[in-house]
Write a protein that binds this ligand. Structure first.
Ligand code: 4NP
Length: 168
């Protein structure tokens, strides 16, 4: 399998889903000392320099890590083309990334890593934490599967970060 040393997670706003994906991947990088750079960005420029959504920060805290230091930024084919993998959180992000000119060979959907290609729903308008927990489990399950494929040191059934098989 091709070596992967950098992964960029991309959603629409870069304040709900992709910062969670980055934060989860960053916890795996720390725990297993992986030689992997992780980052996240949004296809829109709506939340540049903003911290992640309160719901995403809260669900991260519930699972004992923090994403409070992350800030929103916009994806750019010029700045981000060097990433080995660009992971879209839903089909519309995927389509936008191809339209921006990213190489189709390295753009994938997160849901393809264990959830039959399901889109991770946008939780921006959710009023309670239940939706954020569901989104967290979908993201964490797929991020673990994705990292396991490239770093066999990670046990596929590890319950690190309280990851459960999502029922969606
Ligand atoms: P995200 O969620 O793409 O997961 O960061 C959203 C954040 C903001 C908006 C939409 C989705 N918005 O419309 O501002």
């Amino acid at each position: 399998m091709k070596e992967v040393s950098s992964i960029l997670f991309v959603c629409l706003g870069n304040i709900c889903r992709s910062p969670l994906a980055e934060g989860i991947a960053r916890e795996f990088v720390k725990k297993y000392n992986l030689p992997l750079k992780v980052d996240s960005a949004g296809t829109s420029g709506w939340h540049i320099d903003e911290c992640p959504h309160a719901g995403s920060r809260q669900v991260a805290k519930k699972h004992n890590f923090s994403i409070d230091d992350l800030r929103g930024r916009r994806v750019s084919v010029y700045a981000d083309d060097a990433f080995d993998l660009i992971i879209a959180l839903d089909s519309s992000n995927y389509k936008d990334l191809l339209q921006l000119g990213f190489d189709k060979g390295k753009v994938k959907k997160l849901g393809d890593f264990g959830l039959n290609g399901a889109d991770v729903p946008d939780p921006y308008g959710y009023k309670d934490m239940e939706g954020f927990e569901k989104v967290y489990q979908m993201i964490a399950f797929c991020v673990r599967n994705l990292l396991c494929m490239h770093y066999p040191v990670i046990e596929s059934d590890s319950n690190f970060l309280d990851i459960k098989q999502p029922n969606f």
